[in-house]
Design a protein around this ligand. Structure first.
Ligand code: NAD
Length: 249
């Protein structure tokens, strides 16, 4: 398909899981795509892999600048990089709180700040194309046990998405987020592998899902591509749940 032909996209955390599936799906629609990741080593053509840490402003500015130069601008920004944390408010140190909020929330702020001049140029040159999609989580609204810090970080991502949508709507830049349920990515595989019996744990996890299976990375990517595409030209300030009915929305 070629629905995004002539457009350019940057995906953070795009070397694995939801980000990699999104980068590939955007490219399959004809977009030129740069992936910004801590470790872009496994990223192959047609994707452009660039090393960046969204926790570091200089690193983000340099990588976004390189992406814009190499791609010829930025029409679409997918803020997907994120890290997890388990536990109640008693379990995580102040340092852990600072680190997760720094990556999951400030990471979006840094990358968007660096990309905005390019998104503004895209909005002027090609009205209806400039879009930001943030990867949030059902943790933002579901009240999940043992996920106090992670949930707080994603709650902030949801609020940030709504505020950014309001701030930039008159500039022609749309901002939305997706709220995945438990998605079958290397992240979740790592958690399952840490269990005493990974296969039994996976079976139990599947059983807890209303659809009896995890959401796939490709399914989340398809929602991100929709929100990023001109097909969603009137959609801004929304959260699209891709959670297999987990949250009951
Ligand atoms: P993943 O671990 O498979 O991939 C995450 C990628 O982000 C990795 O390539 C990693 O190197 C990169 N990354 C991490 N920290 C970074 C940093 N500081 N700078 C740049 N890149 C960094 O994870 P995933 O499951 O694909 O998760 C992607 C996003 O989806 C995250 O924001 C996560 O919170 C969200 N999410 C995941 C699930 C799930 O069940 N997998 C559910 C809801 C939301």
């Amino acid at each position: 398909m070629s629905g995004l032909s002539g457009l350019t996209a940057v995906v953070t955390g795009g070397a694995s899981g939801i980000g990699l599936a999104t980068a590939r799906a955007l490219a399959a629609q004809g977009a030129a795509v740069a992936v910004l990741d801590l470790d872009p080593g496994g990223v192959s053509e047609p994707l452009l892999g660039l090393q960046a840490d969204v926790g570091d402003d200089a690193s983000v500015r340099a990588a976004v600048g390189t992406a814009a130069d190499r791609l010829g601008g930025i029409d679409i920004l997918v803020n997907n990089a994120g890290i997890g944390a388990a536990g109640t408010v008693e379990d995580n140190s102040d340092e852990q709180w600072h680190r997760v909020l720094d990556v999951n929330v400030l990471g979006i702020v840094r990358t968007t700040r660096a990309a905005l001049p390019h998104l503004r140029r895209a909005a002027t040159a090609r009205p209806g194309t400039a879009a930001v999609v943030n990867t949030c989580s059902i943790a933002a609204t579901a009240g999940l046990p043992q996920r106090a810090l992670y949930s707080a970080s994603k709650g902030a991502v949801l609020s940030l998405t709504l505020a950014m949508a309001a701030d930039h709507v008159r500039e022609g830049i749309r901002v939305n987020c997706v709220n995945p349920g438990t998605a079958d990515t290397p992240w979740v595989a790592r958690l399952l592998d840490a269990a005493d019996d990974p296969e039994a744990e996976r079976a139990a996890l599947n059983t807890r899902q209303p659809m009896g299976r995890l959401v796939t990375a490709d399914e989340v990517a398809a929602a991100i591509v929709y929100l990023a595409s001109p097909a969603a030209a009137s959609v801004t300030g929304t959260a699209l749940a891709v959670d297999g009915g987990m949250q009951g929305l």
